[in-house]
Design a protein around this ligand. Structure first.
Ligand SMILES: C[S@@+](CC[C@H](N)C(=O)[O-])C[C@H]1O[C@@H](n2cnc3c(N)ncnc32)[C@H](O)[C@@H]1O
Length: 156
């Protein structure tokens, strides 16, 4: 379950801007690097990580940040019924988009990174949902020449 490393600097810079003044949820804390970037500008951050060893490292990394709550467990279970959030950073798990959408306030933002650029929308469940669902307005952007992210806004 300990897959995936820390988010790259370009994604952290994007999150820093998009999180400004918002209540944020993060699926997959890993070592807390993305969380720390979000916490610089967010009103609050709740971040959830399945792997206990990663949770311990992240809690050290995030110690003293009063707007951060770092929880151990399954983000889908532990975030259910919380929020609504102004930004959800979906960075771990199986991508149950309906459950993720329930957490977002109208006008709220969703970020999905770690995409390979240049792939077709058809046949790609992540892109099909985020770029085609009528409840969202979304754009795919390059974060490096070899990586992309989608930023989606919940319309209502
Ligand atoms: C790409 S890393 C996260 C990077 C981190 N968000 C950052 O910005 O540095 C993905 C993490 O998601 C965790 N993960 C996978 N499924 C999860 C779930 N259902 N709930 C919580 N964490 C999960 C993995 O253990 C892994 O540490």
């Amino acid at each position: 379950m300990t897959d995936g490393g820390s988010s790259i600097p370009a994604v952290q810079a994007l999150l820093r801007v998009l999180a400004t003044g918002r209540d944020v949820a993060e699926f997959g804390t890993a070592f807390g690097e993305g969380t720390a970037a979000i916490a610089e500008t967010a009103r609050s951050v709740v971040t959830v990580e399945l792997d206990p060893q990663r949770v311990a490292i992240a809690r050290d990394r995030l110690a003293g940040l009063e707007n951060v709550e770092a929880i151990e467990g399954d983000a889908y279970e532990l975030l259910r019924g919380r929020g609504p959030f102004g930004l959800v950073f979906v960075d771990g798990g199986v991508y149950d988009w309906e459950r993720i959408l329930e957490l977002l306030e109208p006008g709220g933002l969703l970020v999905k990174d770690d995409l390979t650029p240049g792939r077709a929308v058809e046949g790609d469940p992540v892109r099909e949902f985020l770029l085609r669902d009528r409840r969202l307005a979304a754009v795919e952007i390059l974060t490096t020449p070899q990586s992309a992210a989608i930023v989606a806004l919940r319309r209502s």
